[in-house]
Design a protein around this ligand. Structure first.
Ligand code: HAM
Length: 423
């Protein structure tokens, strides 16, 4: 079959190669360590959820729900969605498992695949992976700062360079409505100069005009008042506190008055952690406070804050920052064998060495000794164990020191201890 006839991954979906998986492990290990330090507990939730959870939670008018959600109808007529994000599921979990009665706030983290029917392009996939950290049941500004701090330290630990936290406060719904009215009034004056998308947003979701990337829209947006000027004293105080705490923690941040984020549930703090290279700005993490979501999903209100990171984007940022992850450990010992009796012995020695913590390699599928020795050379091992028919009969092995080429017979019964001692 010619290559182009293979059935390939669907558009926007991608495989994780062994190298990708090594990066994923490294990132997951960092997450686990930080989760332990900051006292977050890991949960997992279904990839398929009731579509209503996102319509209500993420917002029916958001791009994520309106344009990008994969939905399906089951044979029994349920309408389910492939989860496009994790926050509504975490809140559902909190309610469904009675976490309201646990000591508050409840700190949870998760990791896994998410799905959005996006225009596929570099760094933007239709199946991608996120991890998220959420704190439900706490409204203090210190929790906003802790979430930002955790993500910032995690990225720094992964040696990602040129990180900046972009931050804004969008207040509570009432304040935002007042601001929105002012925006619409002003934007109407230059409606014809806005891009097609923003003209549509003007009626349905005017705040999103603030983060439109079109130069013509950006110029208009530059003249608009800022949402922080419409905050209540309480919200302004909260924002001030978050910024002061970030200062105390030495986290570099930049106020971005146009940051609004594309999900409906945010209140007060919104932030992104971006990697700014010369020409490009990539959002690795996005999050904020969502004090209204628990109530929106049907329970008495509870404040909350959290964020999620795009794992593919982190991998690419690690690579561009020069952080290479080795995905195959270099072996220390190679086992070469010749003949059926020797192969049996070789398999046993491999297992004994492995159990003693030695990194072993083999080529059991090869029967030419020459080919096996060449492989051992290429792998750069310290020692090669050679077992031929003679050794198998004598109860010995030949131990070759690769740096000198020196070979010696060793009793089979002493071989494993000797190798272990010499390494
Ligand atoms: P989000 O900004 O939509 O927020 O996604 C968070 C991160 O996921 C982004 O910064 C980006 O790195 C990554 N990401 C999003 N879409 C894609 C894509 N199509 N391909 C690759 N990476 C992507 C949320 O999802 C919120 N649930 C975050 C949150 C948690 N807010 C409060 N708690």
């Amino acid at each position: 079959m010619a290559e182009e006839e293979f059935i390939q991954t669907p558009k926007g979906m991608h495989d994780l190669t062994p190298e990708d998986c090594a990066y994923f492990y490294r990132i997951e290990n960092a997450c686990r360590r930080l989760a332990k330090d900051y006292r977050f507990d890991r949960i997992d939730f279904p990839i398929l959820e009731n579509a209503l959870l996102f319509k209500k939670g993420t917002g029916a008018n958001t791009d994520i729900v309106e344009k990008q959600m994969y939905t399906l109808r089951t044979k029994s007529g349920e309408v389910l969605a492939l989860r496009p994000e994790g926050t509504p599921s975490v809140v559902r979990f909190y309610l469904e498992h009675g976490a309201r009665t646990w000591p508050q706030p409840v700190k949870l983290w998760y990791w896994g695949p998410f799905f959005r029917y996006e225009k596929a392009q570099a760094g933007r996939y239709r199946q991608f992976h996120q991890f998220g950290f959420e704190i439900i049941g706490g409204g203090d500004a210190a929790l906003d700062a802790q979430v930002i701090n955790l993500f910032y330290r995690l990225l720094a630990e992964l040696k990602i360079k040129n990180l900046v936290v972009e931050i804004n406060s969008i207040g509570r719904p009432g304040e935002r409505e007042t601001y929105q009215k002012v925006l619409v009034k002003q934007l109407k004056k230059s409606e014809s100069e806005l891009c097609v998308d923003c003209r549509r947003r003007l009626a349905r979701n005017p705040l999103r005009i603030l983060d439109c990337k079109e130069p013509a829209c950006q110029e208009i947006v530059g003249q608009l008042p800022h949402v922080v000027d419409y905050l209540s004293d309480e919200c302004r105080q909260h924002f001030q506190e978050v910024l002061e705490l970030l200062g105390e923690l030495n986290i570099p941040y930049r106020l971005n008055p146009h940051l609004v984020r594309g999900l409906d549930y945010y209140t007060r703090t919104v932030f992104e952690i971006v990697q700014s290279d010369d020409e490009e700005k990539k959002a690795l993490v996005g999050g904020g406070r969502y004090d209204g979501l628990v109530e929106l999903l049907g329970a008495p209100p509870a404040p909350a804050v959290g964020a999620a990171a795009g794992i593919e984007r982190i991998v690419s940022a690690m690579k561009s920052s020069g952080h290479r992850v080795v995905y195959r450990e270099k072996p220390e010992v190679f086992i070469a064998q010749l003949g059926p009796a020797a192969k049996k012995e070789a398999i046993k020695i491999f297992e004994e060495l492995r159990q003693r913590g030695v990194k072993v390699a083999e080529a059991f599928g090869r029967n030419s000794l020459n080919a096996q020795l060449k492989r051992a050379d290429r792998l750069g091992v310290k020692y090669t164990v050679i077992i031929g028919q003679k050794e198998a009969l004598d109860g010995t092995i030949t131990l070759k020191t690769m740096s000198t080429g020196q070979q010696r017979f060793v009793k089979r019964s002493q071989a494993v201890s000797l190798i272990k001692k010499r390494l």
